[in-house]
Each structure stands twice: as structure tokens, then as C-alpha cells.
Ligand binder design. Structure first.
Ligand code: SF4
Length: 661
């Protein structure tokens, strides 16, 4: 692989260290690297309904939310922030409030005099979005920048005068036509969009600033934040704190996986000072997720581990996705999608029905196996014999000590410890051998020549607390020596399930976002359980593994929903509508559907969705194909059917499969 000369974008790729930032004053709760990672969220009630917003703020604050954001679409909502703030203070809540502004500088200028922080979106602060591609000459571009200055400088001056903080919050998908025309819908475009505004702030010596680079695609989001840090450094700007978030992450487990992947991957590298997890759920549900993510790094800062070898040169580009080159071994590695291994080593007497949780169904009536899109690729049996003829599409892995005494089968492969594999007399399968080793074993290996060829797949694990960078260091070690052996990442989490989802998404997802990993092997928590509990856990782990692959966009097995979290602009019940659309479309593998609460921001923010279902008035939905409006103001009771028709017209509709008993 071509060695990249890109500079590191974070304090260390191997030791946990927060990126040092300036301190930003937001009411009486300052933000920055010298403070804990702060948790925030946003209200969904109509901003004009003071009591409802106050109630929601209190629920959020009591759940642990440290800053509360409230939308201010126009002057009248901005004005009402004063009543909301007054009522909260009267009730003894001093939590800083943030006004969320899109398109309306006059609302921002008023809000900045009332609340502790304003968030502006540089994509629409001074621009109306028309989705036009315009060729700008340098002079025309400069004239545009001058126009922005005129609109933005008054806000900077007010913030400075009132001690109000500001977030310059870029969203992938709501970039201005000007930025889109010059940079495209890219991480660089996102960064430049923020820098245009940031340069004006610096010119006026205003530094009470936080920045964000959100996207619904964790890959784009992570690249954009990294690039932002690097560009600020290159321009000699102050190190402003970062607000992290994955927008429109959706709901349930998928929403948590996407959020943890994007946010966690950055926190691992010490980037990020405040986080908002955007779920299409009651915003109170976001708080424990955000707290669990932040808390992991508060603990991390106190954990001492043996140092990993420093990374001298980067062997991958952290600003653009490229999969690590590996040679294909059987169905693992090369250009093939990352594989999933399910762990049955703690079972006794595996029966055909036990494979159902990992997507393989035996139908006795037809004596046939059926496999779902999220059917695991390998089953790890430990020391057990292969219990019956496995379905096509599912191969077995057995511990070497058992496997070596059996005749070779094209469906059963050994898992060999690293030390055993190094011995002369180790018998090998002619097609594929899984060699299990730890990060430290790999990094300390005296002789790596044997990794260069042979039919081996590494199963890489680590007991280190700072696991993702340790695993990444092992991948970089292989890349430095151009060793193209495929690697499956093995992890086991003994935390509560909700936490395990977040940790696995961060650790494995963080690697996949940088193209590292040819497979996922999630092992059950170590604890005694009955068979029903074991089967349930296997199902959860299998779904989690496929969810991580989907969110990292490395293997698509289901429909993707890009659903906004809702706010005071929302025109329909997002949770209910998302659930209804999901019920009708969840079998449409690979189709991306945006579900957006308002037409003001929705179309921009649904990024690369194939179809959009966007609230355009009370009881009215506008449907999009990509960015193009195809039906306006469809009554909401007809809108799901109209969406299905649209997908059908495009030849992408398939009938849902009959349920398998
Ligand atoms: S798209 Fe959703 S979260 Fe964004 S402004 Fe509209 S309703 Fe609010």
C-alpha cells in the first residue's frame, strides 16, 4: 500500500489523550478538554408552548442532560426563549440553554441576547438552499463571502458583547449551494463551510466557539471531524472544542450503533468535548446512551496500560475510506464483504433449530434450509463435533486439538492458537486456517515471514482496555510490512447489553470505518445461562454484528432509515411514523429511506437517502426521490402507500417474504 504522508489528526493513535482545547464559557458550565465530556440534547415540543418546553427541559436535565437545545425557527420563538429561561430559573434549573437556528439571522441575533449559546448552521445561515450547481469565478466567490460577512458579523458582535457561546454546526447534506459547487458534498466541503464562518469570528477576536461536523453516515462524519482538526491546526487557529453527533441516526439498536460508531471512534482518539446522541425517540432516551459513551472515556483517562509502539508514519488515509488490502482466503478477505462468526462453543448438543437465532432455518416439511440476509457465515464449535450436516452457506470452525484428528472436510476449519501454529508439526487445512492471536502476540512476533502467505486468517483479540487503538495498532503493524493476511476481529463484552452495543459499535465500527477488518467474531458474555438465554444472546450478537457492518457501510443486509430526531418544527409523530414505514419496508435490503419531520431542514439533512418522506404541512407529506420532489403534499394517511408505489415504479420494490415458522 502507498504510504500516506497525512499528518496525524489527534494527539496520539496509541495512548488515550484528550485533544487540548480552549475553554468555552456556556453559562456557568464551561466546556473543553479540561472538563468532562458534556452531554446534551434537544427538546421536541413547540417552542411557543412554554410549559411543554419547560417540562421537557426538566425531564432532560433530571436525566443528566447538561445543556438543552431548543429550536428557534423565527423571531417569535426566539423571543419566547426568554419566557422558557425565566420559568426554568424560577424553578431552580440553571442549565445553559442553546438556541438552534436555521435560515434566520434575526432570530439568532435576538436569541444570542437571551440564552447562553446559539447554534448556527453555516449551510443555511446566509443562504437559501436551492440545490443549484453554480459555476463561481473567484471574484463571484469572494463576493459571496463578503455577503456572508455582512450577515454574520452582527451576530458575532452580539455574542461577544453578551458573553454568548456559539456552535458553528455543519451538517452533511445541508451545505450551501456555494460550497457544494466548489467542494461537493464532501468532508472537505463540510470543513470549509465551517471555516468560512470561523475565520470571521477569529477576525473579530471572538473565540467562545464550538464546532460540529455531523452526518448520518458515520464514515463521512468521522472523516470530517478529523479533517476539521487538521485544517484548524494548519491555519494556526485556536483549538476549539468539538461537539460530536451522528445526525438522523434513527431509532432503536440501529440508532445506537450508528451513534456509538461515529461518536465513539472520535472519542477513542481524544476528539470531542460534548456529545449529542440523536435518536428518533423521546429525547430523554438519548441521555443514558450519551452518558455511557462519555463515561467510558472518563474512566479511560484514569487507566494505565503498557504503551503500544507509537505510529511513526500513517499507512492509511484517515480522511478517506479505503479498505485495507488483504488476500482472499476462502470466503474471508480480499474484495469480499466482512464475515460474521457465531460462537456456539459454550453449547452442548446443538440441534438444527438452534441455528435459527443466527439466520439459518431448517424447514422439516421440505427438508430444506433457509437463510436470511443476516445469516452468519461461520459457526464456531469449540471442542464439539459437527452436530449434523450444516446448511449451505454456513461453515464450521473447530478447535485445532479436536479438528486435527478428523479427516479434512471442505466445510470445517481449525482455530489454532498462535503458539501451536508456529510449531513445525502443526497440521494445516489445505484451504483455510484460523490462527487466533492477541494484539501483543502479533506486535511482539519475532518472525512475520509466515504471515505473508498460506491459507490463514488471523483472529485478533485483545484484553487491553484501550482496545480499539490496540487493534488498530495491530492492523497498522500488518500494513507497515504489507502483510495481507485477512483479519477477523474478536471481541467479548461482559457489560450490560445496552453498554455492550455501544462498546462493540465503537471498537469494531471504529476499525471498519478505516477499512480495517475482514470479519467480526462477537463472543457471548462469560456467565452461566440456560439454553434459552444463550440462544437469545446469540441472536442479539448476530444482529449486532450485522448492524455494525451495515452502519459502517461495509456490508448491507437491511433497509437503512435516516430518521430525524424531531424538534419543535416537527409536523408528525416521528416515532410512530418511523415504526409504520419500517413495518412496510424493512425487507428492502439496501434501500435508504429518509423520514424527516419538516421540509425546512429535512430535504437537506436526509443526505444520501434514496427516498424521502418529509413533513410539509399539518397532515401533509412530500415525497422525494433522492433530492427531487416527486409528490407534494400527499395526505399523511395515503403517504406510506404512495412511498411504496414510488419504490415500485423504480423497480426496487419486492413483496415481503412470508414469515418462517
Ligand atoms: S428535519 Fe427534523 S430535527 Fe431537523 S429541523 Fe426538521 S423536524 Fe427538526
Amino acid at each position: 500500500m502507498e504510504l500516506s504522508t497525512a499528518k496525524p489528526y489527534c494527539p496520539s493513535l496509541t495512548t488515550y489523550r484528550r485533544r487540548p482545547t480552549v475553554e468555552v464559557h456556556i453559562g456557568d458550565l464551561p466546556l473543553g478538554s479540561m472538563h468532562p465530556i458534556r452531554v446534551q440534547s434537544m427538546t421536541t415540543a413547540d417552542t411557543m408552548d412554554t410549559q411543554a418546553v419547560v417540562q421537557e427541559c426538566i425531564r432532560l436535565i433530571e436525566a443528566g442532560c447538561e445543556y438543552v437545545r431548543i429550536t428557534a425557527p423565527s423571531i417569535k420563538e426566539a423571543e419566547n426563549l426568554a419566557n422558557i429561561k425565566k420559568e426554568l430559573r424560577r424553578r431552580g434549573y440553571t442549565t445553559p440553554l442553546i438556541a438552534d437556528i436555521h435560515f434566520t439571522p434575526n432570530a439568532a441575533e435576538l436569541a444570542a441576547r437571551i440564552v447562553e449559546k446559539v447554534r448556527i448552521n453555516p449551510g443555511n445561515y446566509a443562504d437559501k438552499k436551492r440545490f443549484e450547481i453554480i459555476e463561481y469565478t473567484d471574484a463571484a466567490y469572494e463576493a459571496e463571502l463578503e455577503r456572508i460577512r455582512k450577515k454574520f458579523i452582527p451576530l458575532v458582535k452580539i455574542c461577544k458583547e453578551y458573553g454568548t457561546a456559539m456552535r458553528i454546526g455543519t451538517n452533511h447534506g445541508s451545505l450551501s449551494d456555494r460550497i457544494m459547487s466548489r467542494y461537493g458534498d464532501t468532508p472537505l466541503g463540510m470543513v470549509e463551510s465551517a471555516l468560512e464562518f470561523l475565520r470571521i469570528c477569529e477576525e473579530f477576536d471572538y473565540h467562545n466557539i464550538v464546532l460540529s461536523m455531523k452526518a448520518s453516515n458515520p464514515q463521512v462524519m468521522v472523516q470530517a471531524y478529523r479533517l476539521l482538526v487538521q485544517k484548524m491546526e494548519e491555519e494556526g487557529m485556536q483549538p476549539y472544542p468539538l461537539h460530536l453527533g451522528v445526525t438522523e441516526a434513527g431509532d432503536g439498536e440501529d440508532g445506537r450503533i450508528k451513534s456509538a460508531m461515529g461518536i465513539g471512534a472520535l472519542l477513542e482518539d481524544g476528539l470531542g468535548d460534548t456529545i449529542r446522541v440523536s435518536l428518533t425517540e423521546d429525547p430523554v432516551e438519548e441521555i443514558p446512551v450519551a452518558k455511557a459513551l462519555a463515561e467510558r472515556y472518563h474512566k479511560r483517562a484514569r487507566t494505565q496500560e503498557a504503551p503500544l509502539p507509537e505510529v511513526i508514519r500513517l499507512t492509511y488515509n484517515p480522511f478517506a475510506y479505503q479498505r485495507r488490502h488483504s488476500r482472499p482466503v476462502l470466503s474471508v478477505g480480499g474484495e469480499q464483504v466482512p464475515r460474521v462468526i457465531a460462537d456456539y462453543s459454550h453449547f452442548t448438543n446443538i440441534e438444527p433449530a438452534d441455528l435459527k437465532p443466527i439466520g439459518h432455518y431448517y424447514l422439516p416439511a421440505t427438508d430444506k434450509w433457509h437463510m436470511t440476509d443476516d445469516g452468519a457465515d461461520f459457526v464456531y464449535l469449540g471442542r464439539q463435533a459437527v452436530p449434523f450436516m450444516l446448511p449451505n452457506g454456513l461453515k464450521a470452525i473447530q478447535d485445532y486439538e479436536v479438528w486435527k484428528d478428523e479427516p479434512e472436510s471442505p466445510h470445517v476449519f481449525p482455530l489454532i492458537t498462535f503458539s501451536r501454529w508456529q510449531q513445525e508439526d502443526c497440521r494445516l487445512h489445505t484451504r483455510c486456517n484460523f490462527v487466533r492471536l492477541s494484539v501483543d502476540e502479533l506486535l511482539q512476533a519475532d518472525n512475520t515471514a509466515r504471515f505473508h502467505d498460506g491459507n490463514i486468517v488471523l483472529v485478533l483479540h485483545t484484553g487491553r482496555a484501550h482496545a480499539m487503538p490496540a487493534l488498530r495498532r495491530a492492523f497498522l503493524f500488518l500494513m507497515e510490512q504489507d502483510i495481507r493476511v485477512p483479519v477477523v476481529v474478536e471481541r467479548r463484552y461482559n457489560e450490560a447489553w445496552e453498554q455492550s452495543i455501544l462498546y462493540a459499535s465503537t471498537d469494531i465500527g471504529g476499525l471498519l470505518l478505516d477499512g480495517m477488518g475482514d470479519g467480526v467474531f462477537l463472543r457471548p458474555a462469560v456467565e452461566d445461562k440456560d439454553k434459552a438465554a444463550k440462544l437469545l444472546e446469540l441472536k442479539q450478537l448476530n444482529q449486532l454484528a450485522f448492524g455494525i457492518l451495515q452502519a459502517s457501510r461495509t456490508r448491507t443486509t437491511k433497509t437503512e432509515y435516516i430518521a430525524c430526531p424531531s424538534c419543535g418544527r416537527t409536523l408528525f409523530d416521528l416515532q410512530e411514523t418511523t415504526a409504520m414505514i419500517r413495518r412496510h419496508t424493512e425487507h428492502l435490503k439496501g434501500v435508504k429511506i429518509g423520514i424527516m419531520g419538516c421540509i425546512v431542514n429535512g430535504p437537506g439533512e436526509m443526505a444520501d437517502a434514496d427516498y424521502g418522506y418529509v413533513g410539509s404541512g399539518k397532515g401533509k407529506i412530500t415525497l422525494y426521490r433522492g433530492k427531487e420532489v416527486v409528490r407534494r403534499n400527499v395526505p399523511s394517511e395515503e403517504a406510506v402507500q404512495a412511498l411504496i408505489e414510488l419504490i415500485r415504479e423504480d423497480g426496487r420494490w419486492i413483496e415481503p417474504p412470508a414469515p418462517v415458522e
